[in-house]
Design a protein around this ligand. Structure first.
Ligand code: ZN
Length: 247
């Protein structure tokens, strides 16, 4: 496949997206949002609550409730699509004129492959933070690389999915704890799929390939909990299949 137009790409079957689509097929063209959704959909990687309170809803990593969920792992574990999404973020970054990037940093764990792909397209270094659970049960991100970020280096922070900005914020907190000097971040955070309502985080503007409008609530304010809808952790056991109505 070469020089696919948006119309061509939207006609690809899920099987064709999964096995044949590559970065070269769209060259230096930015994908439209419907195309990104089409690729995500080829993996059943997006779920939206149907509105019926008999059906379960999800608990996010932040413990908040939501009526939708995106899991990009099934998409990005395919090197052809990780390479394609990396190229797409590379194009967004180049269009934003952020200047020379020295190092791309991603969060554990889903963003690692994508951040690495972006670093290859940009021709720069790559590193990542690691997730850790503190003795009091808090999830944090830590920088345990023996390599540190230089005082004059520009860091591009890449995320695969931004749901509440919590993970992205923890990445920066973890990096800050491991360095005695201020870190220079690019003024943009490229992200494959953005679902928060925040346009910025700590002075960096989100640049996304697609935005999904999905609501999230504190548990005590959740209308689905109030209607008796069961709350599931989507990545636990067979919960994803239950959400998708397959079990
Ligand atoms: Zn709820």
């Amino acid at each position: 496949m070469q020089d696919l137009t948006p119309e061509d790409l939207l006609e690809l079957t899920p099987e064709e997206v999964r096995t044949e689509l590559t970065a070269e097929d769209v060259h230096d063209r930015l994908l439209t949002e419907p195309e990104v959704r089409h690729i995500v959909q080829a993996y059943d990687a997006f779920w939206l609550h149907p509105g019926n309170p008999q059906r379960p809803h999800v608990e996010l990593a932040s413990k908040r409730c939501s009526n939708g969920y995106i899991n990009l792992r099934p998409v990005l574990r395919n090197s052809n699509l990780c390479h394609l999404f990396g190229r797409q973020l590379d194009l967004l970054i180049r269009n934003a004129n952020v200047g020379r990037v020295d190092i791309v940093v991603g969060s554990y764990r889903a963003a690692i492959g994508l951040a690495h792909s972006v670093s290859i397209w940009l021709g720069c270094k790559f590193d990542f933070t690691r997730k850790e659970i503190t003795p009091d049960g808090q999830t944090i991100q830590v920088w345990d690389s023996d390599q540190r970020i230089g005082t004059d280096e520009l860091v591009l922070h890449v995320e695969e999915l931004v749901t509440t900005t919590e993970t992205a914020r923890k990445v920066r907190e973890g990096i800050a704890r491991a360095h005695e000097w201020p870190i220079r971040y690019a003024p943009v955070i490229p992200v494959a799929v953005h679902r928060s309502n925040s346009a910025n985080m700590d002075g960096s503007r989100f640049l996304q390939l697609a935005h999904y409008d999905i609501a999230d609530w504190a548990r005590e304010e959740c209308p689905l909990c109030a209607q008796g809808s069961e709350r599931l952790q989507p990545k636990e056991g067979g919960n994803w299949a239950r959400l998708m109505g397959e079990a």
